[in-house]
Ligand binder design. Structure first.
Ligand SMILES: Nc1ncnc2c1ncn2[C@@H]1O[C@H](COP(=O)(O)OP(=O)(O)OP(=O)(O)O)[C@@H](O)[C@H]1O
Ligand SMILES: [Mg+2]
Length: 320
């Protein structure tokens, strides 16, 4: 490992928002979150609505002040202007200058980021192509659809080729083609050595792109690790598709079921391997039929659902 400073590091980061006329109502949006993103890594921040993902990102971008704890970018406190020089940022709800055209807006971002002359021209044209917006580049942004605003927001984030990209729900509002382009773009950035932190609700995007993920629930970090380790650390399950017995009859056979579903004449259940074998025999002797028995691939989505359920999640941070 090199001693290069970590692109992102937070230690015991907490944020309490204060609400109301007397500022006496509190929302605990983040509670002691410590995470680190290594150079060149694509890191996914997952969590249900109100989990604290955008708050974490806003603290990193110095748009919100932490109540306690530390947030560092390339080893420098995130409050320092210099720390954000190498960062491209796509906010949760991008609100670009509406009277500028897309091309003018990206050009503005490029020149604020230190590009000029031919290099600026070249990067603006290149970036507009990368996000698929050449055709609408001269249109004023107020005429853009949600997905087009998202694309132009992404273009302003990458135009200077920053070393670190922080993207808050980059695929929000994008059509399937746009989502694929977005994935390709992040892959291309990774291939160039860019570090990426992004949050999303789209788990297949996380599985396709991320080296590591963190799951936040109600402001707390409840899981962190490589996608592969998180998924393979789960106990393997088998899935049985049963016919001829109803769900209540299958339940009455007494085996522990991790998942159950009844659609029409078919009951689908998941259980661990040993219980699966016992259940198979029990179903047959009860007069049912096993139409299918297969290993159930444990997906990141299952893990996410389980983690969130286990953390007894409610929407939003703790309010008191
Ligand atoms: N400016 C604010 N004032 C008061 N409370 C806030 C503010 N911003 C966020 N919160 C609260 O902080 C908690 C975390 O919000 P945050 O926006 O970080 O969640 P999120 O994980 O990004 O959710 P989503 O997936 O819906 O975007 C929520 O309970 C929210 O109500
Ligand atoms: Mg958010």
């Amino acid at each position: 490992m090199s001693d290069a400073p970590l692109p992102i590091e937070t230690r015991e980061l907490s944020k309490t928002y204060r609400l109301g006329f007397f500022m006496n109502r509190k929302v605990r949006a983040l509670q002691g979150v410590s995470l680190s993103v290594r150079p060149g890594e694509v890191y996914g921040l997952l969590g249900p609505n109100g989990a604290g993902k955008s708050t974490t990102i806003k603290i990193l971008m110095n748009l919100v002040q932490a109540s306690s704890g530390e947030a560092r970018l390339f080893g420098q406190p995130s409050q320092d202007c210099a720390a954000r020089q190498e960062v491209g940022f796509l906010p949760e709800n991008p609100a670009p200058y509406e009277y500028l055209s897309g091309a003018e807006f990206v050009r503005l971002a490029g020149s604020l980021g230190g590009l000029f002359g031919r290099e600026l021209d070249r990067r603006v044209a290149e970036t507009l192509g990368e996000v698929g917006m050449e055709h609408a580049a001269s249109l004023p942004i107020r005429r853009y659809s949600k997905g087009m605003i998202q694309r132009i927001g992404l273009a302003q984030a990458i135009v200077t080729r920053p070393k670190l990209l922080i993207l808050d729900e980059p695929t929000s509002g994008l059509d399937p083609v746009g989502r694929r382009q977005m994935r390709d773009l992040v892959s291309a950035e990774r291939a160039r050595g860019t570090t990426v932190l992004f949050c999303t609700h789209i788990i297949p995007d996380v599985e396709a792109l991320c080296d590591r993920v963190a799951v936040l629930v109600s402001g707390k970090l409840v899981k962190e690790g490589s996608v592969r380790d998180l998924v393979t650390s789960q106990v393997p399950l088998v899935e049985l598709v049963i016919e001829g017995l109803g769900l209540s009859q299958v339940r009455a056979l007494g085996e522990p079921l991790q998942f159950e579903q009844e659609i029409g004449q078919r009951v689908t259940v998941r259980t661990d391997d040993a219980a699966g074998q016992r259940l198979l025999r029990a179903v047959l002797s009860a007069g049912g039929r096993v139409a299918q028995l297969s290993p159930a691939r444990f997906s990141l989505e299952d893990l996410f659902m389980e983690t969130v359920a286990g953390a007894k999640q409610k929407v939003g941070g703790e309010i008191n």
